[in-house]
Each structure stands twice: as structure tokens, then as C-alpha cells.
Design a protein around this ligand. Structure first.
Ligand SMILES: Cc1ncc(C[n+]2csc(CCOP(=O)(O)OP(=O)(O)O)c2C)c(N)n1
Length: 322
């Protein structure tokens, strides 16, 4: 076990914050306080936290359309995140980006991304930059099982492999891409097997087990940092909510037994049980941590609500061309 008592508590706090943040994002979306679209990360928290806890603060990550968890795991300010979701001027992108365009270069978060498969070429470029800068930094791409069927996945893995770039490709296999089952769309049972085609290590981890993800990520990050090249790390998991929040009450076509199986393996409950068993926390401490996370989210919503909407005359500020 490489995570010590305090690390475990810190990791659990982050997972709780992600869970409570996204629960609130969903309810504020339903109440029409959030425009655009929101994809909740609920159920996948152990992956973002397990991977980011294996990183240095100056390492870089590239996220997806389901990106709130990655941002929070890398240390983002939830006030500015919530304000961005609300489309307010104190948000990370002054309210012009919304849920899928939150970024904080200072934290090494090169951005969430609405283009499925886009995180991988961006992270490959970032890994090349890390290599050229010579500071021992690494770049991580998060992406889904659906994205692993995009051309960008194959191009990125190949380039990162031949140049031995300090990259880690983290596939969050939640078994579905919207309504398409991974079992149908993947040519192999595990995304990790595709690593063989590029001559790099491919690893499967239990994505709902914080420590399993962390251990696998540590090894991949160390390999990248020490010049050993990229790793493809596949984390098996499940999203608890529908693909995206939708006012239309989108039907969820996933089998009920499958859902029940995965809900019983909720990463937060698993971690809470482990903390209790290890004697790292009591029921009371867990309750207090949850309370703290809820208060933090409450403050974030208040911050977002108090933040002004962007001014129409600023619409063309902060754009590359006008
Ligand atoms: C290039 C591109 N194609 C299609 C879409 C529409 N789309 C948004 S999310 C999504 C499914 C992505 O599935 P996966 O990569 O497994 O991630 P998950 O949603 O399961 O987290 C699709 C097809 C898109 N945004 N970008």
C-alpha cells in the first residue's frame, strides 16, 4: 500500500467533493440554472483521484466531456468551476465555455473537451513539450472506451510510442458510449490489449478501487518520467447516471442487473468501508468529511449565483481571431 493514512483521507475527500459537486450540477441543471450540457462523472471518482494522486502538481492532464472529476482531482477551485457551469463571468473561462471547456493551465489542466478522442493528441503534444522542457513532467490523457475507437487514439499511441514520450493514456471504460455497448464496439475484450499493437505496456485496473488505480498509475507515471515511454492504462468502471443530464428525461437503456451490480460496487462506498476497516476513519469522521464537501459545494453555488453574467460586448474578447 503506497498511500498513507493522510493520503487516503485526502483522496476520499476529493472523491466526495467530486460526487457532491456533480450531484449538485445535475440538480442545478434540472432546475435550469445551468445552460448547455452537463455529463456527470458520478461512479468514476476513483479514477480521476487515483491517477491525479500519482502526479506532481506541475504534471499535465487533458480531460474529456465528462471532465469535472479530473479538474477537481487536480485541485481546481470549485467556486470558479461552478461559476463556469452557470455561465458566469467569474468562471474559469469567464462563463463562455461551460462544463466542457473548463481549463486551468496553472494547475496543469489543459482543458475538458467536447470532441470525443481529442484529449489524446493534445496530451501527446503536451508530452512532447514535457520531454523538450526537460523538467521530468508527464502528460496524462483521460478518455472513454468510445474514444478508443477513434483514429486519434491510434495515431497518438503510435507517435507517443515511437518517440517514447512521457505520456499516460488512461481509458475510463464505463462499458457504454452513450447507448453503444463497449462489448459491441470494441474489437477486443479489453482496450488495454490494443497497447500490443504499439509495443507499449497495456494494463487493466479496477477503476472503482482507488488504491488499485493509484498503484497502476504510479507505475505508469514512473515509467513515463524515467524515459520508459507511454502506458495504456484501462480502468474498468461504470457511470451511475445517464450519458448526459437532459431536461427531456432521456431513457437509459442499460440492463438493470448490470446497473445493480455496479451500484453495489460504488467507489465511494468501497473506499468508506476500507477506511473504516483500516481504522483510518470512524463513521463520524466520514460524516464530517461529507458535510464539509456539501458545504464547499453550497459555497460554490452561492459564488456562482452572485457572479455576474458575461457582458455582450465582451463576447469577442479572449478569442484567437475576430
Ligand atoms: C468526435 C465526436 N464524435 C461524437 C461525439 C458525440 N458524443 C459525445 S460523448 C459520446 C460518447 C463517448 O463515449 P466514451 O468515449 O466511451 O465516453 P463516456 O461518455 O462513456 O464517458 C459521443 C459519441 C462527439 N462529441 N465528438
Amino acid at each position: 500500500m503506497s498511500l498513507r493514512r493522510n493520503d487516503l483521507l485526502h483522496a476520499y475527500r476529493r472523491m466526495l467533493l467530486i460526487r457532491r459537486f456533480d450531484e449538485r450540477a445535475a440538480s442545478e441543471y434540472a432546475a435550469k440554472a445551468i445552460p448547455g450540457i452537463v455529463h456527470c462523472y458520478i461512479g468514476q471518482e476513483a479514477i480521476a483521484v487515483g491517477v491525479c494522486s500519482a502526479l506532481r502538481p506541475d504534471d499535465r492532464i487533458v480531460s474529456t466531456h465528462r471532465g469535472h472529476g479530473h479538474m477537481i482531482a487536480k485541485g481546481a477551485d470549485v467556486n470558479r468551476m461552478m461559476a463556469e457551469l452557470f455561465g458566469r463571468s467569474n468562471g474559469y473561462c469567464k462563463g463562455k465555455g461551460g462544463s466542457m471547456h473548463v481549463a486551468d493551465f496553472g494547475l496543469g489542466v489543459l482543458g475538458a473537451n467536447g470532441i470525443v478522442g481529442a484529449s489524446m493528441p493534445i496530451a501527446t503534444g503536451a508530452a512532447l513539450a514535457c520531454h523538450l522542457e526537460g523538467q521530468g513532467r508527464v502528460a496524462v490523457a483521460f478518455f472513454g472506451d468510445g474514444a478508443s475507437n477513434e483514429g486519434t487514439f491510434h495515431e497518438s499511441l503510435n507517435l507517443a510510442a515511437i518517440w517514447k514520450l512521457p505520456a499516460v493514456f488512461v481509458c475510463e471504460n464505463n462499458l457504454w458510449a452513450v447507448e453503444v455497448p463497449a462489448a459491441y464496439a470494441l474489437s477486443v475484450p479489453n482496450v488495454a490489449e490494443r497497447a500490443q499493437g504499439y509495443g507499449i505496456p497495456g494494463v487493466v485496473a479496477d477503476g472503482n478501487d482507488l488504491e488499485a488505480v493509484h498503484e497502476a498509475a504510479l507505475e505508469a507515471v514512473e515509467r513515463a518520467r524515467s524515459g520508459g515511454g507511454p502506458t495504456l492504462l484501462e480502468c474498468k468502471t461504470y457511470r451511475h447516471r445517464t450519458h448526459a443530464e437532459s431536461g427531456a428525461g432521456q431513457p437509459d437503456r442499460r440492463p438493470r442487473e448490470e446497473m445493480e451490480y455496479w451500484l453495489a460496487r460504488d467507489p465511494l462506498s468501497l473506499m468508506a468501508r476500507q477506511l473504516l476497516e483500516l481504522g483510518v476513519a470512524t463513521g463520524e469522521t466520514l460524516e464530517e468529511m461529507d458535510q464539509e464537501a456539501q458545504e464547499q459545494v453550497e459555497r460554490a453555488v452561492a459564488f456562482a449565483r452572485a457572479s455576474p453574467l458575461p457582458r455582450p460586448e465582451d463576447a469577442l474578447e479572449d478569442v484567437f481571431a475576430r
